[in-house]
Design a protein around this ligand. Structure first.
Ligand code: SF4
Ligand code: SF4
Length: 89
């Protein structure tokens, strides 16, 4: 039987997020580069304003559940819960 570990579910309420370009505290505090900033639109030559970026979960398996991002977010829009066991071997 393969070993398993529990991966967290990571949700960011995009409606509440201040935008990674205006805030970005969660990006700076995460020690494992789980979260990244991405443009909302994928249109070539479109000029992006600071509000045209969003937080995306880039590497969920790397999340250790340290909760630093949750603690630092000024508008409390990151939710992390453990609910899913996955095989690691
Ligand atoms: S809980 Fe920790 S490791 Fe996971 S995304 Fe937040 S800061 Fe990164
Ligand atoms: S810390 Fe919160 S408000 Fe700031 S960019 Fe991250 S999710 Fe958005």
């Amino acid at each position: 039987m393969p070993a398993t570990r529990t991966l967290p579910s990571i949700e960011v309420d995009q409606a509440k997020c201040l935008s990674p370009m205006n805030c970005g505290k969660c990006l700076h505090v995460c020690p494992d580069v789980v979260l990244i900033s991405v443009p909302k639109y994928n249109e070539k030559f479109r000029e992006c304003s600071n509000d045209d970026f969003t937080i995306s979960v880039h590497n969920r398996p790397a999340c250790t559940g340290c909760m630093k991002c949750v603690e630092v977010c000024p508008v409390d829009c990151i939710k992390i819960e453990y609910e899913q066991a996955v095989a690691t071997a």
